[in-house]
Write a protein that binds this ligand. Sequence first.
Ligand code: AMP
Ligand code: FE
Ligand code: FE
Ligand code: ZN
Length: 284
Amino acid sequence: MRIDLHTHSSVSDGTDSPSELVAAAAAAGLDVVALCDHDTFDGLDEAVAAGPGVGVRVLRGLEMSAQHQWDSVHVLGYGCRADDTALAAELARVREGRNGRVPAMLANLARHGMPVPVDVLQRQVGASPSVGRPHIADAMVELGYVADRREAFDTWLADDRPIFVGRYAAPLGRALDLIRGAGGVAVIAHPWGRGSRDQLPPALLAELAAAGRLDGLEVDHQDHDDATRVELRALADRLGLLATGSSDYHGLGKADHGLGCNTTAPEVLAAISERVGERGGALA
Ligand code: AMP
Ligand code: FE
Ligand code: FE
Ligand code: ZN
């Protein structure tokens, strides 16, 4: 059984619509796929409805923007009730922060000789309620300023590059508690990817695990090298945390990590499913 527990659609910063994503999951030979768009549940009904037609089990996921001591942390939530008012309010606040920083980033781009007209950006954002830097990157590609998303991030948009502007994200503990409070299972996405290792030391993860606030760690992810995966898996085992794996598929924009390039063990999905059931959430 092939299970990919973290993918994106055009409802956030992926390029496939939710139903296209599910069709692509079937074509990639997946049995189970979780859609985890950034800070929104809006693609889930379409994705879940597309599952039976192509023989894929679609799980309801989320990737929530959190922060710990001002460093960005992404938290995956599985099986959250979308109508939970506390979680919905926090997600709305995060999306407001996403919208709110766009003018400052566009001003930075203009200052660096790369004006991006609002209508060009809007075309990239489309109907997504969750605007992100990949949309800005795609607008920069469209206007010929950079060759691809990677160059846009490496040169201009990454957290330490000149165009970047910060935004609101939920304090990590609050994000975990809101996800679990909405019936979900909370897993930290790519915990030690892109230099974030120092921000999430074992002692912090141990504290969250001991307090019962954290369910798991995403171990098999393209931002973790082999040695990091070995270490993270051992840490998850020691702390009694679930270890997941995923492609973090975004469609065309990041074609280097295709659906199913990393997967999650069936026992881990069974544990997630059982916890969602206990908490009154809805996984599919
Ligand atoms: P934002 O949601 O605006 O904070 O942008 C973060 C998103 O940009 C992530 O979810 C990734 O999809 C993408 N991203 C972040 N860093 C990079 C990078 N270095 N190269 C390519 N994409 C990235
Ligand atoms: Fe993303
Ligand atoms: Fe992420
Ligand atoms: Zn992701």
